[in-house]
Design a protein around this ligand. Structure first.
Ligand SMILES: Cc1cc2nc3c(=O)[nH]c(=O)nc-3n(C[C@H](O)[C@H](O)[C@H](O)COP(=O)(O)OP(=O)(O)OC[C@H]3O[C@@H](n4cnc5c(N)ncnc54)[C@H](O)[C@@H]3O)c2cc1C
Length: 397
């Protein structure tokens, strides 16, 4: 049995701040390091109903956020569908969300240090963490340093570029209540418009042959007007999103006296880029293992919980973005069926709520296919939805 009396958490994003809050609540002596503390980390800031339901403080906290009840999807052909969500999505500014979680950690008894950790070395007594101003000792180190995890190579296998999506975007003044997602031909990713309390996070993420952040930014520029937005007063951001291969998801994310959580461990959905839920969940799982004085249980907890879902996402991401289904691109079919079939729309609502897992998605689609197909045929013949532009209308074959 391993008792970690002093725990150092490096990184105060959702993963690190929540781990610190939980560990301090369990009576551990916790020091949390973040060079910026609460800051506007490049992000959409979207949290599904699954996350909100699991951590009610996210709903109850007196914090500014926008509750979203509509979604619009745009396929590469220009085909569109808008539909109401039955469970709202919360969109936070990351400065607000990080601030909320860091405050939670502080109130639970965490010592919060606004410092950058520049070195971590093993000592006979545990670990020594060096910051720009001094050194700290600890028995256990939690690495919650995000996607640009500077300690990744020291503690585990290096991740190659195939394990990341690029992302670029703008914060634009204004807001409304609809999330918009636009897919583009040959882009393994998408453009999003996420309305927050008083501004939009509008961005593009993905992988594209021969593309870099500058080319993604150009594509985004060309698309902004389509959403009725301008870049006047907009603030640019760019970052990377972990999008691990199945093989990379098998690499060690904990060991003797240390563990990685959140983006530092690569816990992000390879299709959607959703990572906040997995940051909070991995923080919770690690805190549970440490509370039992059994840090070695952490990988098992993660494997029993969400890792299979992330592996599944990684396995099917290529097919989702570039594959065909029933004679058309998967995304075209998805948008078309969302417009034409009530049963398919229910499935999409569950995906947006975070309650439809990838592991039984295929089975659910095929079980419901006769009904979905019948609804699609009836809808096409009798009442073409007004918000769906046909391929012909946008000049496609
Ligand atoms: C453009 C974009 C859009 C996204 N949109 C969404 C979305 O809408 N919904 C969603 O669920 N996910 C989204 N994600 C993913 C989400 O942002 C991440 O999964 C989430 O922030 C991970 O949290 P984290 O705490 O692991 O890491 P981070 O939030 O990156 O936090 C890491 C922290 O560590 C600190 N740090 C790093 N190194 C050191 C050091 N050496 N010393 C001290 N401090 C250090 C940093 O300052 C930072 O505060 C998006 C990502 C991007 C890039």
């Amino acid at each position: 049995m391993h008792t970690s009396k002093r725990i150092a958490v490096v990184g105060g994003g959702p993963a690190g701040a929540f781990a610190a809050a939980e560990l301090a609540r369990f009576g551990r002596k916790v020091v949390l390091f973040d060079e910026k503390l609460a800051w506007e980390k490049p992000c959409g800031g979207g949290l599904t109903d699954k996350a909100i339901a699991h951590w009610p403080f996210l709903r109850e906290a007196q914090a500014e956020r926008n509750w979203i009840s509509h979604c619009q999807l745009i396929a590469p052909s220009g085909r569109k569908v808008s539909f109401p969500l039955d469970r709202q999505i919360a969109i936070f500014s990351r400065k607000v969300l990080n601030g909320l979680l860091i405050e939670k950690a502080r109130q639970a008894g965490t010592q919060v240090c606004q410092e950058r950790v520049i070195g971590i070395e093993r000592t006979t007594a545990g670990w020594s963490l060096r910051t720009t101003s001094k050194s700290y000792g600890s028995d256990f180190v939690v690495l919650a340093t995000g996607a640009r995890n500077s300690f990744g190579k020291q503690f585990s296998r290096r991740l190659g570029p195939e394990n990341f999506m690029m992302a670029a975007g703008y914060y634009i003044p204004g807001t409304h209540q609809t999330v918009q997602i636009k897919f583009l031909k040959d882009l393994h990713g998408y453009i999003w418009v996420f309305p927050r309390a008083d501004h939009f996070s509008v961005g593009i993420c993905g992988r594209m042959q021969g593309m870099n952040t500058a080319s993604l930014r150009r594509i985004l520029h060309d698309s902004v007007a389509e959403f009725g937005l301008t870049l006047n007063g907009a603030k640019f951001y760019a970052h990377i999103i972990p999008s691990l291969t199945v093989n990379a998801l098998q690499r060690p994310f904990s060991g003797d006296g240390w563990a990685m959580i959140g983006d530092a461990a690569g816990f992000v959905d390879a299709i959607t880029g959703e990572g906040i839920y997995y940051s909070l969940r991995s923080a919770e799982q690690l805190a549970n293992a440490l509370q039992q004085n059994a840090p070695e249980k952490y990988p098992g907890f993660v494997r029993e919980d969400f890792l299979p879902e992330l592996e599944h996402a990684s396995r099917i991401a290529g097919r989702f973005y570039a594959g065909d289904w029933m004679g058309d691109a998967v995304i075209e079919r998805m948008v078309q069926l969302t417009a034409r079939s009530t049963r398919f729309r229910e499935l999409m609502r569950d995906l947006f709520a975070g309650t439809q897992e990838y592991s039984d998605l295929r089975e659910r689609v095929y079980r419901n296919l006769p009904r979905i197909a019948a609804e699609a045929v009836v809808s096409t013949v009798w009442s073409p939805p007004s918000d769906v532009r046909s391929r012909a209308a946008v000049g496609q074959q």
